[in-house]
Design a protein around this ligand. Structure first.
Ligand code: PLP
Length: 404
């Protein structure tokens, strides 16, 4: 019934290759429901902008997904703008000249120091108009610093993520919203990592703009959405052309991607509560194993509310890039918080913003779980860490890589 590329094949692949995937914050496996919806959509010929029956059939599909996404976050369908992913949603959101209820256009952008690179780059704002909001040692936005940046200043667009992709730390978005709105500004929330892992509603967050991405919830890569609340006026489309998405983002819609996105969101919403509880208990067991093996392990943001699936840790002296390779050679996929650029490992900007020095900020390992993570996966992680940690903390890189 199923061929190569099916979910069964993948399960077999992972079993045969003895791999354990613990990098769900980077991307998630495609859900069966998403694949089926995508394949079905690929066989529907119409262009959603065409008026004939074929076009109307595809339009109906796209609009059904728009409603499903709006329902999942408590918004309205006409507020959903489909994009090529979280990055594009962020860049689209961060534009000078937006007006909120105060009527004054925002000409300044404030971003927290731990945002995703697509936000830190400032979207469409010139660099001189972008300021950074500090975070605490626990990786949570410093509300006092935000206050000093907005009080007595012209209204700003403020961008704060709901959950950090490295540490999982949840951000005080509602407090930020109250402060920003009182000062006449607007709030953009990058909810790419939170979506599907914790329940939230756009109105409860009081977000004016909100970004999500399909591949973090079991949908395909390369599709996402910006939710634009009715409080926002003067939105302008940087990508112009055919007038799609009500003139807010031109280009023929990625119909199969959107179909997969919708199916993934529906599947994720149906089991989210149970998945969250299960992931949290697995994550807690993983952290207990980590601490038992290496009592000096530091688990970042463990003292604040976090995503249920994420652990970011280090041990003094650990080199993240060597550890990630060591885990990989043992069949366990995890990631390092630090970024590699021009062959040099850079300290994680998140850990640096939390006040850590370059050595610790280069040593963060992120382990992120998902809906199909099992007890056995966690056991494998703990066993591998027990095996690797002694060598990683004692030997130089070459010796470690020779051994594993
Ligand atoms: N925002 C956050 C917090 C992310 O973690 C990511 C991706 O990892 C993005 C935005 C970008 O999303 P996409 O990969 O869909 O462009």
């Amino acid at each position: 019934m199923y061929g190569v590329g099916s979910i069964q094949f993948k399960v077999l692949f992972y079993a045969m290759n003895n791999r354990v995937y613990l990098d769900w914050n980077a991307t998630t496996p495609l859900r069966r429901e998403a694949r089926e919806a995508m394949v079905a959509a690929l066989d529907v010929c119409g262009n959603p902008s065409s008026v004939h029956a074929e076009g109307r059939a595809v339009r109906m599909l796209v609009e059904r997904v728009r409603h499903a996404i709006a329902d999942a976050i408590g918004g309205q369908a006409q507020q959903v703008i489909f994009t090529s992913g979280g990055t594009e949603a962020n860049v689209l959101a961060l534009q000078p000249g937006l007006r909120g209820p105060s009527g004054t256009p925002v000409e300044r952008l404030l971003v927290s120091a731990i945002e995703h690179a697509s936000v830190l780059e400032g979207g469409q704002f010139p660099a001189a108009q972008v300021d950074t909001i500090r975070v605490t040692a626990s990786g949570v936005l410093d509300l006092d610093h935000l206050r000093t940046l907005i009080i007595g200043q012209p209204p700003a667009l403020v961008s704060v993520m709901l959950a950090n992709n490295e540490s999982g730390a949840l951000q005080p978005v509602r407090d930020v919203a109250a402060m920003v709105h009182e000062a006449g500004g607007l709030l953009h929330v990058d909810a790419v990592q939170a979506f599907g892992k914790i329940k939230f509603y756009i109105n409860e967050l009081e977000a004016d703009l909100l970004s999500i991405s399909a591949h973090k919830v079991g949908g395909p890569k390369g599709v996402g959405a910006l939710i634009l609340s009715d409080r926002v006026a003067n939105f302008h489309a940087p990508i112009r052309g055919g007038g799609q998405e009500k003139g807010r983002r031109a280009g023929t819609e990625n119909v199969s991607g959107i179909a997969g996105f919708g199916a993934a969101v529906t599947a994720s919403t149906a089991t989210q509560e149970a998945d969250t509880a299960r992931m949290k208990s697995l994550r807690d067991r993983l952290e207990a194993g980590l601490r038992a093996a290496t009592p000096n392990a530091i688990i970042f943001s463990a003292d604040v509310p976090r995503l249920p699936n994420t652990t970011l840790f280090t041990v003094p002296g650990l080199r993240a890039e060597t550890a990630v390779i060591g885990f990989d050679l043992e069949g366990v996929a995890v990631s390092s918080g630090s970024a590699c650029s021009s062959g040099k490992v850079q300290p994680s900007h998140v850990l640096t913003a939390m006040g850590l020095g370059p050595d610790l900020a280069r040593g963060g390992i992120r382990v992120s779980l998902g809906w199909s993570t099992t007890d056995l996966d966690v056991d494998r992680f703990i066993q591998t860490w027990r095996k690797l940690s002694g060598a990683l903390l004692k030997k130089d890189d070459e010796t470690v890589l020779e051994r594993f």
